[in-house]
Design a protein around this ligand. Structure first.
Ligand SMILES: CC(C)(COP(=O)(O)OP(=O)(O)OC[C@H]1O[C@@H](n2cnc3c(N)ncnc32)[C@H](O)[C@@H]1OP(=O)(O)O)[C@@H](O)C(=O)NCCC(=O)NCCS
Length: 312
């Protein structure tokens, strides 16, 4: 297995210098899936069962039950991914009750380096689609647009109602983009999360124009600590992230988002030694234009097969 991990790490280093320079995926002691290519090479896949209950903020955009797959392919590319996904299909059939994997609120997900397009045909064949990307800022932002009358400041708890309304608007837009369903308790979860962010982190930025709240950027600081979702996905250290960026529909395209991101970068760069990262959906016609102009580019692509029983 070490040979596979080494080969995978070497291939990744060649593909994308922004990926962490350590074995991207540790060899699992007891992988759920073991498969062989026709010529005999063994490949593996770990599977983690993640549950997003009604009180979890992630349940707003994640299915309730997700099997997170971590393939270990070495340098076997498309053929290796094919073999692993065949094995994963068999594993689901034998280990998971059919009524559970058929539930519409389930998925199988995996993160794969965005630049490794060689494996993409195998993922498509097995029912996966590329949904979103973990992007890092490696470029220089395009010159800022004029933004007369827009001011940005740190939000306080007295702004909570406006913040919640803005973030709910972003959620409703993003759920349409990814084909998700609005949870009945969305407002409650957003309110709790924003209250915590404003109170404990203090890194929520509010944009105002003409005395009205027109945009929000909910930011934070993250470490590549064990168990975090950026562990082994980003070079180790402290990172800044832009969690949610939302601009009131009627104010979009007038420089509000740009002003918020400039202020967010100024705030985060002062604390985050490694840089900044964020997620955006690949079918979002606004953010896919916006973020590359702000210096971000895809590092990892999240592939999703939903519901899980659609894996073939
Ligand atoms: C994405 C979003 C935050 C951008 O905010 P915005 O206020 O509309 O963006 P701005 O007006 O500041 O534009 C910033 C830059 O992107 C460009 N831009 C914005 N929208 C664009 C579009 N649809 N097409 C081309 N360029 C666009 C602008 O020209 C500007 O570039 P410049 O500063 O170099 O001139 C906003 O459209 C939005 O809230 N969308 C819905 C929710 C969403 O998608 N959130 C992001 C989730 S990751």
């Amino acid at each position: 297995m070490e040979r596979l991990a080494d080969a995978q790490a070497r291939l990744r280093a060649e593909l994308d210098p922004a990926l962490p320079a350590l074995p991207a995926l540790p060899a699992p002691a007891d992988p759920a899936v073991m498969a062989r290519l026709p010529e005999g090479t063994a490949v593996h896949c770990g599977v983690y069962r993640a549950v997003y209950d009604a009180d979890a903020m992630q349940s707003l955009w994640q299915p309730r039950l997700v099997w997170e797959a971590t393939p270990l392919l070495g340098d076997t590319g498309e053929a290796g991914m094919d073999a692993v996904l065949d094995g994963l299909r068999r594993w689901l059939d034998t280990e998971v009750p059919a009524e559970e994997s058929r539930d519409q609120d389930t998925a199988v997900e995996l993160y794969w380096p965005s630049r490794d397009v060689d494996v993409a045909p195998a993922l498509f064949r097995h029912g996966f689609v590329p949904l979103s990307t973990l992007a890092v800022r490696t470029g220089t932002p395009a010159p800022a647009a004029a933004r007369d009358g827009v001011s940005v400041r740190r939000a306080t708890l007295s702004d909570l109602n406006e913040l919640v309304a803005l973030q709910a608007e972003e959620l409703s837009y993003s759920l349409r983009v990814v084909g998700g369903t609005m949870r009945a308790n969305a407002t409650e979860l957003i309110t709790t999360s924003l209250r915590r962010s404003v109170y404990f982190s203090g890194r929520v930025l509010l944009a105002e124009s003409g005395g009205l709240a027109v945009g929000v950027a909910d930011c934070g600081i993250a470490r590549t600590a064990p168990g975090t979702m950026i562990e082994r996905r980003l070079p180790s250290g402290q990172w800044g992230y832009v969690g949610t960026l939302s601009v009131l529909r009627s104010a979009r395209g007038t420089g509000v988002g740009g002003a918020l991101v400039d202020a967010a970068h100024e705030m985060l760069d002062a604390e985050a030694e490694r840089g900044t990262f964020l997620f955006y959906d690949l079918a979002n016609p606004l953010s896919t234009v916006f973020w590359p102009r702000k210096g971000y580019r895809p590092l990892w692509t999240k592939w999703v097969c939903k519901p899980a029983a659609r894996l073939r």
